[in-house]
Design a protein around this ligand. Sequence first.
Ligand SMILES: NC(=O)c1ccc[n+]([C@@H]2O[C@H](COP(=O)([O-])OP(=O)(O)OC[C@H]3O[C@@H](n4cnc5c(N)ncnc54)[C@H](O)[C@@H]3O)[C@@H](O)[C@H]2O)c1
Length: 428
Amino acid sequence: MIRSTSIAADSPSNRINVGFIGTGNQGMGMLKRFLAADLGNVLAVCDVNEGSHGYKEPDHFYGRLPAKALVEKSNTAKSKSGSPAKCDAYADFRDVFRRDDIDALVIVVPDHWHKVVTVMALEAGKDVYCEKPLTFSVADGREMIDAVRKGNRILQTGSHERSNPISQFVCEAAKAGKIGQLTKIITKVGYNNKVGPGPGWTAMPVPSNLDYQTWLGPAPDQPYHQDRCLYRFRFNYDYSGGQITNFGAHCNDMAHWGMGLDVGGPTEVECLDAKFLPDGSLFNTATETRFRCKYANGVELICESGEEQVQTRFEGTDGWLQTGYRGTTASNLELLVGLPEPATGTSDPHTSHMANFIDCVKSRNEPRAPVEVGHSSAVLCHIANAMIRMFPETGPGRIAKWDASAEAFTGDDQANKMLAREQRDPFA
Ligand SMILES: NC(=O)c1ccc[n+]([C@@H]2O[C@H](COP(=O)([O-])OP(=O)(O)OC[C@H]3O[C@@H](n4cnc5c(N)ncnc54)[C@H](O)[C@@H]3O)[C@@H](O)[C@H]2O)c1
């Protein structure tokens, strides 16, 4: 099906009709930005949560009904006719995919759902903006690439740093050799920013607003606890990969970008340190970690936990450059000549990244973070996590050889078993 192409070309206003799947912490933020920049028509929102507190901050009240209310309030404010457009709220994403009037989807569900929702959307003929980390496992990425390329669809990975003029400046400078030959890249990911219950935690009754079984979806069936789901899912390996995939999807994507390696990966990976909560805690991802990778071009990448949530530092034979959430610095001020001001308002990186997606839905050009780019940077995070998860058993010094073209560890069956995740039926 190539419906999006024809609708975009034929539509009198050339506006794209979208649906938002997952209207929690990031989904609501993206929806607000989408509406503020008036990037298209939001015809549908979908979330397995009708509406509740319990998200990242105590005052956040998110879910499908708050999202519908937000869209309709915006439609009312923009309406000139006095009959503002409606937005439908769905609990089941498949009902959104069945709508022929929807061209594109913004998918902002937890990581363990990314592949299933994305591939089903692509197969329904929709273009997709899917949040980072694009995948939940190395195996997921191959399926997503196939679905995009076979269906001739547009997919933008939500790696919005690709649309941040400051990140563009720094990564492109490193890539262009402005600091000489690149030797080392140091990336930082923030520490866990939430505390979960420790060993012996007790299950809670499932609240009536949440379809918990669908929230779990392809993940194992586990007793409900409020800290398992909304926002905090990123600290449990059944749904995500901790800060290594959360913030690591940004800073390690930038590392690949500055290296000029949009597609590909390292040749070896080693966990240098990893700390975990006591066994039986609900949060089981590493709380603090450090890993290193080596690339065929001789560059060494060190990724470690730090105070700054996202930071990427490029070191070369003639100097260094670094950028992150706390600012941009360099070994020599001349390297910063031409550094753009932070982009704000409707040109902030998240909005600009969605705008780039919408432009590409219309033009059928490649977006700034196509599926292969999202896959490659997620692979780096996943193979690091494989080593991190084995660290308590193996200790330091276990260097795994990675074959990026085969997407497999060489001669390491234990590590290779961690490249795919079991999927619970009927979502397998
Ligand atoms: N680009 C960024 O900087 C950025 C920032 C934050 C989060 N994210 C990404 O966004 C994604 C969501 O994170 P979050 O912080 O918004 O989590 P969240 O828990 O706050 O929101 C996720 C929402 O998805 C809903 N959901 C779960 N399964 C669903 C399903 N099958 N169908 C419909 N809705 C479903 C949940 O009920 C929840 O409301 C993650 O992949 C995360 O990495 C990206």
